[in-house]
Design a protein around this ligand. Structure first.
Ligand code: ANZ
Length: 820
């Protein structure tokens, strides 16, 4: 035989593995535990090339851990709430649950065929009542702790999906999911108070830096966006409350020539004078029509309206105008800014456009050619010459000047040092059907009333097809029977909250649930969670660098504060895979360059596709399928498989008597493969296996022959190492080698350390400082033996040429220096 039948092999082993359940994680196992988690998919269809890649990479590690003797938890489930299912249901006049379940069934079958080593006894879908009941329970726990609250504010609105979005779901002004331009809408919404954890979420990154991808750590740091500065109060004539601004540059206060407040803030509305009201209203209308993209674009000309009031600079006592503009964001800092055109480019452009004065307060370098200067430099004009301000910071550097200004403001009672975060609270309510209903009842007497825990889950009413159509408010509002309930507190007529939770709430705690997925009377078993977690590895897409990973970290901290888990970070190590692309471009329907996973599997088999994906390059790199050769992978697998048919020695034969060169090659390959897996260099690991296959082939055909025990040892090592990547081929080899299934749990091949020691090293012999000979010697050669060997060498003797040897310096095993 020269090759095996791919389809038959796949069909042969699937039922055997199904029976053996080699990857079922045992909570009670005595072995050391490892938790390998990969991001669960949205069931919006069958598996695609992207899943194939990430599951193949992830599986290398999970299967390696099993081989190394760990008890491994490698679970899989489905993030089944959310828009894809709902939109499909509307299109097909169906219920989202039917669509979801059909896709999940398909995906599970594909995962099994793909031989991903998931423990299917722990699977769940986030849309299962048994799961979302606990999502609701967690909502109530956050509510009890003051971490879930409702507020009215301008929010991101996706006109396409007809729902609000979290800040994290707005990417460059577009809806993260559908790509529509996001607008603003004033709405009352539910928020999770993630900002309470801003500092800790930031600090935690210091420890994760070593084991998380740089780009993820950086993205999180930027998103949290901590800055240090001051709050400064500007008194406004005729108003009791001052306007408080947040500034990172209090040292520039002498350069403040105007104030600007966010046009869409309540403050602007309140400050504007009667004379300016109409101009203000017109301007605001214009801005509201503009999308966030336009508003955020840097080359957009600066616009604004004078609100007609003046404010007093607390240090100089000077009066300055207060304007409204769109370049100040309503929900950042205090929504008001002290305009310093000399130090801030946006302010520079605004001052230039409106004809407002510009004063530099930091001396730019002599060769500076820009406009606003925000760098380091000597403080100037603070105060301006001849002025008698009570503070003088001229001559100081930026940091000293900041400190001095803050001290002064604090003494004067007009300001205070402050830390600010860019991170906003997490908006979690959605005006859509397919999510966990928010478990709150609104009662005219008692206000917001949480559902009693024993009445969870608040199940979704049965709505389908056009009833699910987005209309700006939740479709649940139309389900009268469901909406109207007795208040759990007073029994009077009340209504349910009709919003549902964002899918990112579902995925913020799924990793905990896998540790005890069948609990019916609690969210999870803390003891089991503490035994398995934090996850030793989390594999997934870098698109989750901010959203999901930040939310999951937040939930973990809350659960720790609740005493439910004993750690504060859920994922110790993280690996982001690259994308599978085709012909240099992202696969897409419109380009028609999609690669169908099912077809690839049918043509080349699961193993060849997996091997191709793993061997393509470092896991973080994109894989261009057009440049890949699954045919080549298949040829290699057949070559490996043929070895197993050639071995003629019996299983269990003692290898020590085998061919030494092949034994050394095997030991090195096994040893290095382990190190490479641990360093996530899976492609190089595969290369090592390929080398060993070649060495074994040579040994059989032109070396020690097929009966040598070293050939069996090498071939068995190949099968075990290949089981991480090509499970079917490996199992088939294992059987032909005379073993019982499954190779997946055979154990990593033991390595005899002695075989790793280099056979010989090169010792250099110098005579009169010139290299005269190179000797192959044993690495553990003694100094005396090395000296003798050097002196016995012919070329060395010729170089000495009868002269008197005065001294021999020996540095075993590398150097001999002969002094004449
Ligand atoms: C005066 C000033 C002078 C500023 C100067 C900068 C340079 P980060 O680092 O991102 O926290 N700012 C404050 N609130 C704002 C808002 N709601 N919308 C837009 N801009 C706002 O940035 C803080 C700086 O951004 C603040 O410091 C403020 O401008 C501006 F030479 O105050 B600064």
């Amino acid at each position: 035989e020269s090759s095996y039948d791919i389809a038959a092999t796949e069909q042969k082993w699937q039922p055997v593995w199904e029976e053996l359940q080699p990857f079922r994680a045992d909570d009670a196992s005595e072995r050391e535990k490892r938790y390998a988690l990969t991001m669960f998919p949205y069931p919006s269809g069958d598996l695609h090339m992207g899943h194939a890649e990430v599951f193949a990479l992830h599986d290398v590690v999970a299967r390696y851990w099993w081989q190394q003797g760990y008890e491994v938890l490698n679970p899989m489930g489905f993030d089944s709430f959310g828009l894809p299912a709902e939109n499909a249901a509307i299109r097909n006049d169906a219920h989202p649950d039917d669509y979801t379940r059909a896709n999940i069934a398909k995906s599970i079958e594909s995962c099994k065929r793909y031989a991903a080593s998931f423990d299917w006894t722990r699977t769940f879908n986030t849309s299962d009542q048994d799961y979302y009941r606990w999502t609701q329970w967690l909502f109530l726990k956050l509510y009890e702790r003051g971490l879930a609250y409702r507020k009215n504010s301008p929010v991101n609105w996706c006109p396409q999906d007809q729902t609000v979005l979290a800040n994290e779901q707005v990417v460059a002004g577009m809806c993260e999911r559908c790509g529509a331009e996001v607008t603003k809408k004033e709405l009352t919404q539910w928020y999770f108070k993630i900002t309470d954890y801003a500092q800790e979420l930031l600090d935690g990154l210091d420890d994760l830096e070593a084991t998380w991808p740089d780009r993820v750590v950086t993205a999180q740091r930027n998103w949290i966006g901590r800055s240090e500065g001051a709050h400064v109060d500007f008194v406004v004539e005729g108003r009791a409350e001052p306007i408080t601004v947040y500034t990172t540059r209090p040292d520039t206060i002498f350069g403040t020539t105007f104030m600007v407040v966010a046009v869409d803030s309540p403050l602007a509305e309140e400050l504007v004078t009667e004379e300016q009201r109409e101009a203000f209203a017109t301007y605001r209308e214009e801005i509201r029509k503009a999308s966030d993209i336009d508003r955020l674009s840097t080359d957009r000309p600066k616009t604004g309206v004078d609100l007609g009031v003046t404010a007093t600079n607390p240090v100089t006592g000077e009066q300055m105008p207060v304007w409204a503009t769109d370049y100040v964001l309503a929900d950042y800092g205090t929504g008001a800014v002290m305009g310093v055109p000399g130090g801030d480019q946006r302010d520079w452009e605004f001052a230039t456009a409106m004809g407002l004065p510009i004063i530099r307060t930091t001396r730019p370098p002599a060769d500076f050619e820009g406009e606003a200067y925000s760098g380091e430099g000597e403080t100037i004009n603070s105060p301006a010459p001849g002025s008698d301000a009570p503070l003088d910071i001229n001559g100081l550097g930026v940091e000293e000047a900041k400190r001095a200004t803050i001290d002064f403001l604090e003494q004067q009672g007009t300001g205070k040092g402050a830390v600010n975060f860019r991170l906003r609270d997490w908006l979690v309510s959605r005006q859509r059907y397919w999510g966990p209903p928010i478990p709150i009842v609104h009662c005219p007497v008692d206000g917001e009333v949480p559902m009693p825990e024993d009445q969870l889950p608040v199940t979704l009413p049965m709505l389908k097809g056009s009833d699910l159509k987005p209309k700006g408010t939740s479709p649940l509002g139309g389900a009268d029977e469901w909406v109207n309930v007795a208040c759990p507190r007073c029994g009077g007529p009340a209504t349910r909250d009709t919003d549902t939770m964002d899918t990112f709430v579902d995925s913020s705690w799924y990793m905990f649930r896998y540790c005890s997925p069948h609990e019916t009377d609690r969210v999870f078993d803390s003891e089991k969670v503490n035994a398995w977690m934090p996850c030793n590895l989390y594999v997934g897409g870098v698109e989750h660098a901010v959203l999901h990973l930040l939310y999951g970290r937040f939930f973990t901290k809350v659960l720790n504060d609740m005493g439910l888990v004993d750690f504060r970070e859920p994922w110790s190590t993280q690996l982001n895979q690259g994308f599978v692309i085709n012909q240099g471009k992202k696969m897409s329907k419109s380009l028609g360059n999609g690669v169908n996973l099912g077809e690839q599997l049918s043509t080349f088999g699961v193993d060849a596709v997996r091997l191709t994906l793993v061997f393509a390059g470092p896991p973080e790199d994109d894989i261009d399928w057009a440049n890949m050769s699954p045919e080549g992978s298949l040829r290699f697998l057949q070559r490996a498989w043929r070895l197993s048919g050639d071995v003629t020695s019996e299983p269990g034969v003692e290898p020590t008597a085998g061919d030494l060169a092949l034994r050394r090659a095997t030991a090195r390959a096994v040893h290095e493969a382990a190190q490479l897996v641990e360093a996530y260099r899976f492609n190089v690991m595969v290369a090592k296996v390929m080398e060993l296959v070649n060495a074994t082939r040579k040994a059989i055909d032109s070396g020690c022959g097929p009966a040598d025990p070293a050939v069996r040892e090498a071939t068995e090592a190949v099968a075990i190492m290949l089981s991480l990547v090509a499970p079917y081929t490996a199992e088939e080899m294992w059987e032909r080698l005379g073993h019982e299934p499954t190779v997946a749990r055979a154990g990593w091949p033991p390595v005899d350390e002695a075989l790793l020691v280099e056979e010989s090293v090169v010792a250099v012999v110098q005579v009169r400082g010139k290299v005269k000979a190179r000797l192959d010697v044993a690495p553990d050669i003694s100094e005396a033996d090395l000296e003798a060997a050097a002196l016995a060498d012919e070329s060395v003797q010729r170089a000495i040429d009868g002269a008197v040897v005065r001294k021999v310096i020996v540095r075993a095993p590398k150097l001999v220096n002969i002094v004449l």
